[in-house]
Design a protein around this ligand. Structure first.
Ligand SMILES: CC(C)(COP(=O)(O)OP(=O)(O)OC[C@H]1O[C@@H](n2cnc3c(N)ncnc32)[C@H](O)[C@@H]1OP(=O)(O)O)[C@@H](O)C(=O)NCCC(=O)NCCSC(=O)CC(=O)O
Length: 467
């Protein structure tokens, strides 16, 4: 499917109420992520009424006007990340009339391919995601693109700087935008700066993030060491550069696949773990949350799909929402990053390639989750150190997204998404997680792998659900 994209316009959307300036210094949570690849998502909507005239006269104007209104509540997203030479750390700075980039485009791709359950080339997704500019001196927080698939539907592409916002904040913003857009249509009025539900109004108070003594300096120094490590020992030219780490080139034969696990599938896997654990030589109570069951299963199948030397190094990690781990707990509408990560590496592939591999993986993930406590946020420096201990050629898995964000409820007025894809998992051996579209307690897992490996993985994933 060699699709092509035609860019119709690239415009700037400013907050409808853009009278005040705002500066938000990054916190130590933000500093963990501020050099890493941005998070790219596409929301694919089926809408056979989506003719070009309907798109031009209804969808685009409503999305833009509601975006402008929503940005009035989320001013930092229209701003830039900057690092003033006299400042110890970067800040997000919004000044009146700053704007976000909004691209309008049309594609001849087959939407059914992108929303279906068969693998397709990951390169088909890239034209749907807008650029997010960054340079030594500044970095954009977010950018948006709406793409028409004539008479099939449309797609909203979002590119979000992870130093500015985590998944919870991103999805809170998107829920606010969808809420405003849908209401604009229902009320047929463009109420500028429309009010939002209380739980979607962002909280900018950063004094709640109690940063331990010089934690920010420690993390920034760790980044300097990492940058030197990644560049073979060469000191960074500009220690205050906001340029992101270079992204690895993506092999052209990489494909995408979305596995849909029903609540029954998850229970089948949970029962299997219970059986295997109770009959094992060291039965031990396992934390069998949805996350633990699914991540252990996927981890096992992905490592097996690659096969190879059983002694090859592997590792895994996952993001941890620290909002509930902070004292006092952070509000769910806190604006920014409040995620750290847990990881285990290096290990050898044989650990999970044997008969008991799924149980071994579940024990490891369960232990890691059980071990999470209020100290997690303060272990971020160790996390950065771990990057330098990853043996070359390791297969290290991580998780983007979460089953808690409610991304399938994002209705802008033309229905819920048919598929939500985190495009940027290509940038590292990540999988993505989201709640299932039908809201019945299932989970969707997104994969990005080379074609032949994906074929082996799909067979393993399906086979494991049968026994
Ligand atoms: C560390 C964890 C993965 C461990 O998850 P577990 O499910 O095992 O454990 P838990 O204590 O969180 O949850 C136990 C049970 O309570 C439920 N539960 C707990 N908190 C909940 C909440 N806020 N909303 C809905 N359900 C919740 C869980 O679903 C689970 O039930 P049940 O077993 O029925 O499910 C999780 O705590 C966590 O932090 N998840 C969020 C990670 C995150 O934010 N990722 C995105 C990073 S940002 C990113 O990646 C970029 C982006 O997305 O843009």
């Amino acid at each position: 499917m060699d699709s092509s994209l035609n860019v119709i316009e690239v415009s700037r959307v400013t907050p409808s109420d853009s009278s005040k300036s705002l500066t938000l210094p990054l916190t130590f949570f933000d500093l963990l992520w501020f050099k890493l690849h941005p998070v790219e998502r596409v929301f694919l909507y089926r809408l056979t009424d989506a003719t070009r005239p309907f798109f031009d006269s209804v969808i685009v104007p409503n999305l833009k006007s509601s975006l402008s209104s929503t940005l009035s509540h989320y001013l930092p997203l229209a701003g830039q990340l900057v690092w003033d030479s006299i400042d110890q750390k970067p800040s997000i700075v919004y000044t009146p009339n700053d704007a976000v980039s909004f691209t309008v485009a049309e594609s001849n791709a087959d939407l059914s391919w992108l929303t279906g359950n068969k693998p397709f080339p990951t390169a088909e997704l890239y034209p749907l995601v807008p650029e997010l500019s960054n340079s030594d001196d500044s970095a954009t927080a977010v950018s948006f693109q709406v793409t028409l698939f004539p008479n099939q539907g449309f797609c909203i592409g979002v590119n979000a700087h992870h130093g500015v916002l985590d998944g919870k904040t991103t999805t809170n913003f998107l829920k606010s935008w969808a809420h405003t857009c849908k209401r604009h249509q229902e009320e047929q009025e463009q109420t500028a700066n429309a009010s939002l539900p209380q739980d979607l109004i962002p909280v900018y108070d950063r004094t709640v993030i109690k940063s331990p003594e010089d934690m920010e300096t420690v993390i920034l120094n760790k980044w300097q060491s990492l940058l030197k490590f990644f560049s073979g020992g060469k000191e960074p030219d500009n220690p205050k550069s906001l340029k992101l780490l270079p992204s690895p080139a993506i092999n052209p034969d990489v494909v995408r696949f979305t596995l849909e696990l029903t609540r029954e599938d998850i229970q089948t896997l949970r029962e299997r773990l219970k059986r295997e654990s109770s009959s094992s030589s060291s039965p031990k109570e396992l934390r069998l949350s949805t996350f633990v069951v699914i991540y252990s299963y996927v981890l096992t199948c992905i490592i097996r799909a690659r096969g190879g030397d059983p002694n090859r190094p592997i590792g895994y990690g996952f993001a941890v929402d620290c909002r509930s781990l902070m004292d006092p707990p952070m509000p769910s509408n806190y604006f920014g990053n409040c995620v750290s990560a847990a990881f285990k590496m290096p290990m050898t592939a044989e650990l999970v390639m044997g008969e008991e591999g799924f149980l071994v993986a579940a024990r490891m993930v369960s232990d890691l989750v059980e071990g999470l406590d209020e100290s997690v946020p303060f272990k971020i420096p160790e996390l950065l150190d771990a990057f330098t201990t990853i043996p070359p050629g390791s297969q290290v898995l991580s998780v983007a997204g979460s089953t808690r964000f409610g991304v399938y409820g994002l209705d802008f007025g033309w229905g819920n998404p048919e598929r939500v894809v985190i495009v940027s998992i290509d940038q590292g051996e990540a999988i993505s997680m989201a709640e299932s579209r039908d809201g019945n307690g299932g989970v969707e897992i997104g994969f990005s792998l080379k074609k032949h490996e994906m074929e082996v993985l799909i067979d393993l994933l399906h086979a494991g659900l049968k026994n």
